[in-house]
Write a protein that binds this ligand. Structure first.
Ligand code: NAP
Length: 253
């Protein structure tokens, strides 16, 4: 059943990591939250945490890089939770490799999930935002947008998301919609754990090595990003648009 007074947020890739923390935080902030991930079953944990705390949430299975699945997912959210006016494009994958070893599939997969996924989701959700005369879009970029060895695909996608964000801010501002990007530095999640494994390091050693290069002397946690997203999607942040907020424990070169 929809509740006309409660704003509805969609968080993609919300089964775990930064997406799960963000979904839980937005629910605590008062949003009804659609937990979108590749498999509906994968989102159940996040939904259970939200409902156990008294919130409203719905797990929705969709591949954000597939136009038909995106259309169906957004329609289902609108029917079951209410018209979405907050969108967090967080779903992501890594296919790291040095350029000379990077396959076309590695390139396409990363572009499709991060860039095309954000495009399809934003296009599907903006209609509800424009109808409501209100909206908040947050795209997950990365400090890798500034360039990172072994991530030609990922850094290009994350830099692309910054341009995409600024364009959405310009096009949608007059409809009461803001668009911003959050660019995390090192955040401890399954994604960075997988990178540690790939480079042959234990996760604790990998985190300690990363922390030694970070001014606040620790790596980030998903709640660091959830907190930033919470601010950007708040009603009071209506004059903050087209920005890229680096959340990396210090300035980056
Ligand atoms: P994560 O733990 O790997 O979680 C990513 C989630 O996205 C997973 O649940 C994954 O589902 C889902 N997903 C992948 N492809 C999808 C698709 N096509 N459609 C729908 N869902 C999909 O990653 P994370 O570390 O939380 O990262 C979240 C976002 O922050 C990503 O965009 C990432 O690039 C960005 N980021 C992370 C860091 C960091 O240090 N962790 C730094 C900068 C930016 P499966 O489990 O089924 O694959």
């Amino acid at each position: 059943m929809t509740d006309q007074t409660q704003r509805v947020a969609i968080v993609t890739g919300a089964a775990r990591g930064i997406g799960a923390a963000t979904a839980i935080r937005l629910a605590a902030d008062g949003f009804a939250v659609a937990v979108v991930d590749l498999e509906e079953a994968a989102g159940k944990d996040t939904v259970e945490k939200i409902t156990a705390a008294g919130g409203r949430a719905l797990a929705v299975g969709a591949d954000v890089s597939d136009a038909e699945q995106v259309t169906a997912a957004v329609a289902r959210v609108a029917a079951e939770l209410g018209a979405p006016t907050v969108l967090v494009n967080n779903a992501g994958v890594l296919r790291d490799n040095l350029l000379f070893k990077m396959s076309e599939l590695d390139w396409d997969t990363v572009m499709n999930v991060h860039l095309k996924g954000a495009f399809l989701m934003s296009k599907a959700v903006q209609k509800h935002m424009v109808d409501a005369g209100y909206g908040r879009i947050v795209n997950l970029s990365s400090s890798s947008a500034l360039g990172n060895r072994g991530q030609a695909n990922y850094s290009a996608a994350k830099a692309g998301l910054q341009g995409f964000t600024k364009t959405l801010a310009k096009e949608l501002g007059k409809f009461g919609v803001t668009a911003n990007a959050v660019a995390p530095g090192f955040i401890a999640t399954d994604m960075t754990a997988a990178t540690a494994e790939r480079v042959g390091l234990g996760f604790e050693d990998f985190k300690a090595m990363a922390a030694s290069q970070i001014p606040v002397a620790r790596v980030g946690v998903p709640d660091d990003i959830a907190h930033t997203v919470s601010f950007l999607v708040s009603e009071g942040a209506g004059f903050v648009s087209g920005q890229v907020v680096y959340v990396a424990g210090g300035p980056l070169d």
